[in-house]
Design a protein. Structure first.
Length: 270
């Protein structure tokens, strides 16, 4: 049986929106016992070794965006033949010549994308989505490793790609690096987030990075009741979860928004 369908009145409008109350666990991919099937895309930023090995072992399809291959190459020194990506794409201005030659000799697919109006991440993600369709892969999530550290403009470019992704695929796309996870919530549906894996940190946030968002939440310490999130008015940073009995675990966080809204959360490293 599928998830139950609920009808809810959204933001006081006259129309009723029918939404699916599917529960999504953002950090499932980092659980040894996680059940999500996902593809992995590595960006051109330093790799967290613990995250990398957990994600690589379970990923259905693995890709590198240009210089991401350099970090894969360096991290897997001495055992590189066991860590070959399905493809590497980009304009190849970041990948080192010896790295490109190594993966080319290993028959990894190298896809050159010259469009300078889009980032290597956006182009690599577009190829990944097409590969999922072409191979008819049963995938629940796309996981991005990297993209939230280093230069601020590159972090914003990562977020901008998540907006492109709304038109590419219905799959949830999560970005993980360091102690942070980012996930762009699709508008006009209820999102139910399981934040009870034990890997969650103390903080979470809802950031209206693309424009004003009317927002309703439950499960947070500071919930929003049809309030407008907007830069210069109200942004829900440094929020946390509703207090709970440790034996019962955290409640689901639910979020409804009329525009794309960036959810971010802390990751507790063991």
């Amino acid at each position: 049986a599928g998830s139950p369908v609920h009808t809810k009145k959204l933001f006081g409008q006259n129309k009723i929106l029918t939404v699916m109350d599917d529960v999504f666990t953002p950090l499932d991919c980092l659980l040894p016992s996680g059940t999500q099937k996902f593809c992995l895309l590595i960006l051109n930023q330093p790799l967290d070794e613990d995250y990398f090995h957990q994600l690589w072992r379970k990923a259905t399809l693995k890709a590198c965006a240009d210089g991401g291959a350099n970090h894969l190459y360096n991290l897997t020194a001495g055992k590189r033949d066991s860590f070959l990506p399905d493809y590497i794409s980009g304009d190849f201005d970041s990948i080192k010549p010896e790295v490109k030659e190594f993966y080319n000799n290993k028959k990894c697919k190298l896809i050159e994308t010259e469009d300078q109006d889009l980032t290597d991440f956006t182009k690599c993600l577009s190829i990944l989505v097409e590969e999922i369709k072409k191979q008819r892969l049963q995938v629940d999530t796309i996981v991005i490793l990297g993209g939230l550290a280093g230069r601020f403009d590159q972090t914003m470019a990562t977020v901008e790609t998540l907006f492109h992704a709304l038109n590419m695929t219905d799959l949830p796309i999560i970005v993980i690096q360091g102690f942070s996870l980012a996930y762009l919530l699709r508008p006009c549906k209820q999102h139910s987030l399981n934040v009870n894996t034990g890997l969650e940190g103390d903080w979470c946030s809802l950031i209206p990075v693309g424009g004003p968002c009317n927002t309703i939440t439950t499960g947070l310490k500071w919930n929003l009741n049809n309030q407008l999130l907007q830069f210069g008015k109200l942004v829900s940073t440094s929020n946390t979860y509703e207090s709970h009995d440790p034996q019962e675990g955290r409640k689901l966080v639910t979020v409804r928004t009329d525009q794309p809204l960036l959810w971010s959360m802390g990751i507790r490293k063991k």
